[in-house]
Write a protein that binds this ligand. Structure first.
Ligand code: GRF
Length: 212
């Protein structure tokens, strides 16, 4: 028996955020399973090496978004997860996922939302000429890359940045922020009330670099 919060992590690719979660010291969460929509995602190798059960739920094996969402949630349930953490999961889950994991579905996005939602957030930041971008962790709601913001970290855009260099620095920020937020979530240090995140008074979230 463990008193750590059982979570499922959904991935589609390299899984470097998954790795950061696997490597979290003093984790108050336990990754009980990894779910990927891509059978050869490198993140599944990371799961296997860490001895974490994994499942593949292919988009094309399902008739529509609702059926795909149901399958992902069913896997998460079977794994015993009480929360679902999206970490580079490139599919949009339907409303059923929010109903089945209320305020327990989290996502990380490589920008300071509401800026640069959707795909290619890094390219959008570069093309906009912004001097700063960053990382957002949020609770998922019905809209894409939207929902109560839990924490953000700012990343400077350097004049000589290209997509690769900027993404590399953004990922370093992701790997710092996501484990801390998921730990805070597992410790019930924040909750969602009226569409906003409310921190427990004794939570140490001041340490997060948050923006408006
Ligand atoms: C991350 O930058 C995440 O913010 C975005 O997709 C990327 C996934 O990277 N949604 P990884 O698979 O965790 O390495």
């Amino acid at each position: 028996m463990t008193d750590r919060l059982p979570i499922a992590v959904c991935i589609s690719g390299s899984g470097s955020n998954l790795q950061a979660l696997i490597d979290t010291p003093h984790a108050s969460f336990e990754i009980v399973g990894v779910i990927s929509d891509i059978a050869d995602a490198y993140g599944l190798v990371r799961a296997q090496e860490a001895g974490i059960p994994f499942a593949v739920v292919r988009w094309k094996d399902h008739t529509d978004r609702d059926a795909f969402t149901r399958a992902v949630c069913d896997r998460a349930d079977e794994l015993g997860a009480q929360a679902v953490v999206l970490a580079g999961f490139m599919r949009i889950l339907g409303p059923d996922a929010i109903a089945r994991f209320p305020d327990a579905l989290l996502n990380i996005h490589p920008s300071l939302l509401p800026q640069f939602p959707g795909t290619d957030a890094i390219g959008q930041a570069l093309r906009s000429g912004a001097s700063q971008t960053g990382v957002t962790v949020h609770v998922v709601d019905e809209q894409v890359d939207h929902g109560p913001i839990v924490a953000q970290e700012v990343v400077d855009v350097r004049p000589d940045d290209d997509a690769e260099s900027l993404h590399a620095r953004v990922q370093l920020a992701e790997h710092r922020l996501y484990p801390r937020v998921i730990n805070a979530f597992a410790r019930r240090e924040f909750r969602v009330a009226d569409g906003s995140v409310v921190w427990r008074e004794d939570a140490e979230h001041d340490a997060y670099e948050e923006t408006g």
